[in-house]
Every structure is written in C-alpha cells, then in structure tokens.
Ligand binder design. Structure first.
Ligand code: NCD
Ligand code: ZN
Length: 356
C-alpha cells in the first residue's frame, strides 16, 4: 500500500457480499463493480433463487458475459439454502468449484427470502456437510419474529441462533453478513477465529435517522435496517480497527426507483458505483487510511483461504458529486433508473481510472 496526501494505492479489493440481480439490470450493475473489484461473492436471492449447481453455473456465465472487456472479474457463486436443500447438491457444487459458499436467509427476513430457511434444525445435516467440506456459511443474521422489535432482530439472532449454531458446529466457517450493531461487533471479535463479519459502506455512513430526514426516505432503507448512532460508531471502529475478522462486503442491492418508492418499498441500497470511494471517506474521517487496504483487500482473502490480489487500484483526492441517478439502458434506450447511495452528495476520493 502507498499513501500520500492526495493518492491512495492499494491492492485491488474484493467485494465479499454483492447483489447483481439478473437480465438487463445485472448487465448494467456489474459494470461499476468489475471496474474496481477483482472478485465478488454473488448473492443467490434471485427469483427463483439459485438452488442448483446448474443454475449457479448458468448465472455465473451470464455475469461473465456482461463484464466489460478488459476488466478481470471473478464472480464467486453462492447457493440459497432452503429447508429441504440436499447435502448431495452442496457437496457436488462445492467440490466442482461452482459453489463458493452457501447463504442462509431466515425465511421472510429480507428481499426474496420467502423460500429461505424456516427452521434452522431442518438444515443441520446440510450444515454438518458444510463443516466437513470446509464450505463457508454466510448468514443474514436477523430473527423473523413479530414480537421482536425490528431494531433488535440482529442481536436476538445472535443469542438465539448463531451462538448455539457455532457451539454445535465448532469447525464451521461462518460470516455474519452486513453487521449493524455494537453487539454483533463484540460477538464477532470475541467468539471464534472461524467467525467473521462483513461491513457495508452505508452502515458506516448512516444511522436510522437517515430514513426519516424531512420525510420518509426509502433510499436509506435496507436490511438489516440502520440502527442508532452508537452502533454506527461501533461499526466504524470495527472496520478501521485492523482486526482481521472484519472485512469489506458492500451488500450493494439495486432496486428500480418504482420498487423503492412504492407503498411497500423494497429493502436495499445500491452503493456499487461509489463503494470504494465511500469506504475511503470513512477511513479518512477516522484517520485510518492506513487500514483501508487490509479491510478491503487482505482480511477477506485471508479468511477464505484465497490469495490476495496482485493488481492495484489508485484513488486520488478529487472531490466529485455523485449523480442522482444510475441510468439503465435496454438496446440503446434508457428505460429505468436506480438511485445510488450518496446521490447528490460529494465524496472526497475518486478512482483514478488511468492508473496502472
Ligand atoms: C438485499 C436485496 O435487496 O437483495 N436487501 C438489503 O436490504 N440488504 C437483501 C439482503 O442482503 O438482505
Ligand atoms: Zn445482501
């Protein structure tokens, strides 16, 4: 890594949690990711979800097809766990190098999770197989329970489900995805070297007030939902701490404008167009730019047992205003748009596309 007043050079980062969707949206949103990230863990919550080896192979192919010429980008595929997932499919997909990991969505916890896991006990044999194979389990860590306040669902998930799961499967490698609470930070830091967590840019920038600033702001609605300020501060400390159990995962989750602005708006924040710049801003504000490379480019591969990237990227200190829309094109015609995170705001760092 190389740091000066106005330039940051780091090993090329990877995104350990990404939603690319499918079809025309995927073709558009893969571009800002492959421009910066060398690899990304691609979430399987499509409609229908990725539950077979063949569907993951086909989806990977469609993604690779959409990557602009000249970008080196490796999508790492995940399989969507359901109550009746077969251990044979997990084994086959992992051993063939198709499934990088499996994703656990508690049923109805978030976007496209209706077919997720209703009862964790139903997947114990699958989890046992994963433990034996060394296949990582990626978890959306929120309970689905109307009696639990939405702001407490992550904390309760850790107590009720994650802790017992780790006790039962001590050799299992687990990533608690997109953590949002001080309790999750503490738990991940102190529990096991086999447990890690991803942290998104938006949870480092916003607290729950953002959703209600001057009105109802669906652009800041995601799951797990942003929490109180003390949690945001804990997440910023964790991300910039140099602790290897915390690494980059954007959870970039594009939704068309009309789906965000409906009477029942979708959860998800699209941050891919400015993700690395957004993280850089946080690390600068925390006076921890020297930790950016480890968080973005080293701790993830170390956890997953992969080599770090040899390529580098460079950011320059050049404030730029984030466009208010990310336009989607079909054929040559603009059709819909997505509002990106930081729309209309100024970020201090810009990717130097000419570097290398
Ligand atoms: C994600 C999506 O839209 O697919 N939404 C979100 O709010 N993060 C799903 C998820 O990761 O929870
Ligand atoms: Zn996600």
């Amino acid at each position: 890594m190389n740091l000066s007043q106005d330039r940051i050079i780091i090993r090329q980062p990877d995104d350990w949690h990404l939603h690319l969707r499918d079809g025309d949206v995927m073709k558009a949103v893969v571009v800002p990711t492959s421009r910066v990230f060398r690899r990304a863990v691609v979430m399987p919550n499509l409609q229908p979800p990725i539950t077979s080896v063949q569907s993951a192979i086909d989806y990977r192919q469609r993604i690779l097809h959409a990557v602009p010429k000249g970008d080196l980008f490796t999508p790492l595929m995940t399989v969507y766990l359901t109550d009746n997932i077969s251990t044979e499919i997990l084994r086959e997909g992992f051993q063939k190098g198709v499934f990088f990991a499996a994703k656990l969505y508690p049923a109805n916890s978030t976007t496209n999770s209706a077919l997720g896991v209703i009862n964790l006990e139903n997947i114990f044999s699958a989890v046992e197989t994963m433990e034996e194979l060394g296949m990582p389990l990626l978890i959306h860590g929120e309970v689905v329970d109307d009696s639990i306040d939405i702001f407490d669902r992550e904390k309760v998930f850790i107590e009720r489900h994650l802790h017992p799961l780790l006790n039962r499967f001590p050799a299992l490698r687990v990533v608690l995805e997109h953590i949002t609470t001080e309790e999750a930070v503490e738990y991940v830091k102190t529990t096991s070297a086999k447990l890690a967590a991803t942290i998104t840019p938006h949870h480092l920038h916003i607290n729950r007030n953002a959703m209600f600033q001057g009105g109802l702001r669906s652009d800041f609605f995601c799951l797990p939902v942003a929490k109180r300020e003390r949690h945001r501060i804990a997440l910023r400390r964790a991300a910039t701490s140099g602790e290897s159990c915390f690494f980059l995962g954007t959870d970039s989750a594009p939704h068309l404008r009309e789906s965000k602005e409906s009477s029942c708006g979708c959860a998800g924040i699209f941050n891919a167009p400015n993700a690395i710049e957004s993280y850089a801003q946080v690390f600068e504000e925390e006076e921890a730019l020297d930790q950016l490379e480890a968080f973005a480019s080293v701790f993830g591969p170390n956890f997953y047992g992969l080599p770090v990237n040899e390529e580098v990227i460079s950011l320059i200190k050049k404030p730029h205003v984030i466009p208010s829309q990310f336009q989607l094109i079909k054929g040559d015609k603009p059709f819909e748009y997505i509002v990106p995170f930081h729309a209309g705001e100024t970020l201090n760092w810009s990717l130097d596309k000419n570097y290398n």
